[in-house]
Write a protein that binds this ligand. Sequence first.
Ligand SMILES: *Cc1c(COP(=O)(O)O)cnc(C)c1O
Length: 370
Amino acid sequence: MIPLVDLKAQYASIRTDIDAAMQAVLDQTAFIGGEELKQFEAEFAAYCGAKACVGVGNGTDALYLALRCLGIGPGDEVITVAHTFIATAEAISLTGAKPVFVDIREDTMLMNPDALEAAITPRTRAVIVVHLYGQPCEMDRILEIARHHNLKVVEDAAQAHGAYWQGQRVGTLGDVACFSFYPGKNLGAYGDGGAVVSQDEDLIRRLRRLANHGRLEKYTHEIEGVNSRLDGLQAAILRVKLRHLDKWNAGRQRHAAHYLEALRGSGVKLPMVHPQAESVWHLFVVRLREREHLQARLKEQGIATGIHYPLPLHQQPAYKYLGVPEGSLPVTEKVASEIVSLPIYAELTTQQVETVSKAIQTVISALQNL
Ligand SMILES: *Cc1c(COP(=O)(O)O)cnc(C)c1O
């Protein structure tokens, strides 16, 4: 059996350190706030090359709080893609602003900067770029467009911890960046968790206040806020795991290179990485018109696959109210009907990558001989 992701194998490899870190938090009863959280925030900011970081409850809250601290609210439009997890758009509508979806590029499956430019109206205040599957968006062009139209740029880096654009880590490319530590992410907690990083220390200070009932000191609530905090146990776990992140990302990169080599000319469309980007391969996504057939045949051989994501946001029941007609994001819609995610995680063996690749080649040869 080859699963899509194997959290047990990862835990087994770091068990002693994780168990000790958790025990230390239990002994100190430092469940909310505390030294582990403070240290993690400093270490994660340093990892990203950012000036400041604040831990929050999850990645969705990270996006929502970031938009709030940029002053986004009712009457505003925020541009993003429909080819992403729903959290990206939920965060926009939670502020009272309107999500505006633009199309993606077919090769990278990331935001098309031309589509971004074309969607800007006098109400547009911000853009959320989604570094989907571990690959950074085309930041030069996007930042240039944003600067020209006075838009704030939020990075949804929930799938891209440690990825680079032109040698610069995601998290420092826009005005503010949002991370998720959902267990299956490249850096995952053992529960929900998230973080916001920025070069703007004042923004992080305001976000810390908003996320903690509007206070920086115990009994003075300067504003009404929310409760969205990264807890001590998760921070301690993340500190242990952060030390392994580069090695784990390198493992994913090695497996991705192997898949790209083994599947060249096989008949599946392979993911393209922009020459100026370094992906951390949260997902390895190929495309095939007969993808249901491929998934079924692989499943018979014990190989798990996934689809990220089968129904674009503008076609979800939840966003019917936006009235975006089918066919208006043609590349997004086409890509969504063809994508298949293959197993990728650091602990995967070279042999397993080979097994998956061979199985795909066999399925496609059989299809071509029909
Ligand atoms: C996981 C994810 C989120 C949301 O993170 P949670 O921690 O689950 O709230 C947001 N955007 C993208 C692209 C994601 O993959």
